[in-house]
Design a protein around this ligand. Sequence first.
Ligand SMILES: [Zn+2]
Length: 437
Amino acid sequence: MKIFNTLTGKKEDFETIKEKELSMYVCGPTVYNYIHIGNARPVVFFDVVRRYFEYIGYKVNYVSNITDVDDKIILEAERLNIDEKTLTKVFIDAYIKDTGNLGSLLPTKMPKATDYVPHMIKYIENLIETGYAYHSGDAVYFRVNKVDDYGKLSNQVLEDLNVGARIEENYQKESPFDFVVWKSTELGMRFDSPWGEGRPGWHTECVTMNQEIFKEEIDIHGGGSDLKFPHHENEIAQSEALHHHPIAKTWMHVGRLGMDNVDMSKSLGNIIWVKDLLQEYEYQAFRLMLLSHHYRQPINYSTDLMNQFNHEWQRIKRALKGVFVDMSIEHYDTVEYNNETLDRFKEQMEDDFNIANALTIVYEEIKMMNRATELSAKARSYYTIIQMLSVLGISVEQKMLTEEDIRNYQDWQIARSEKRFNDADQIRIRLVEAGIL
Ligand SMILES: [Zn+2]
């Protein structure tokens, strides 16, 4: 298998550290709002990575955190005049619901930052003891200059970073690049620490949870491409400082999904929430849209684009439902696969998750299924397609047919063949309503 590793900037041969086991950490949401369709892209993509490894027989340990302490959470709780825990509970539940509605499995573990604060304090104490962090004014900072190759993930050298533009200048810091690992505060949710009451920095949360849960270097660390700098760069710096490894052997980043070539943001008012999109479209159509783009490429979302993939999905679903009805009528129950197709599908998945190409193999198999005359050939294609789609987290809900359903279906076919189109349409509506077509 080959995977593009952001850390080396190359597509590399990929092997897990432990045989037949994959350890993967993906940065999760800061829970002060619903997730939008841009946030949903990594939720879908890394679910496919997990499903694929499980499909080829790996045990997957997939951890995705919940950031439930953050300035944005504190401000939003204050604005709504509720406490932070009440706010985060609402949006953790909403996130779990959206994840399921997107057709993604829940990660094997979803650690909450607030459950690891004592570990974070210990982590920061270790950073201070080893000279990698210092307490100054109302914060503890990481000493970036002490790390030799800071910037290696996002390919930046310190001198090139534009002070003031991206990095806030601050006279408490030894260097403008130093980042906060602990912040003292009197506002909102806070915890006791050797540096007074305060809360941990976001970059320290992820690196600590990684260390506490996995205890050692992991296979894949992932997230959206916007997290490369500074978040992931700073996670790596802290891990290199204390553990002498960059947390993960392979770093994977998913391209952004925006609209009109800009990111979705509250200030621009161009946000589409997942919960709203899924009122209008089936999740399968949305996954098909996302997965038809290479994961490292950006997606420029539009209603036209979504409608195009919705149309594709309806076509796929119709073809599969038709064959399912044929099999039900004939009581055909032999499950067989076109192994050659599955091999070609795997080949594309193992070429840095080229899911767009893997989907063309799905489409070819649909064409074969539609053209086949023998039911056994149709059925073989059917099961092969269902298998490939399930790796992509796309399932087709099939309803077991009753005798009445079958009678209706046969009446529909007769009406069509006799060109009684009005009758055919009416029966068709009944069949669609019953979930058969
Ligand atoms: Zn993170």
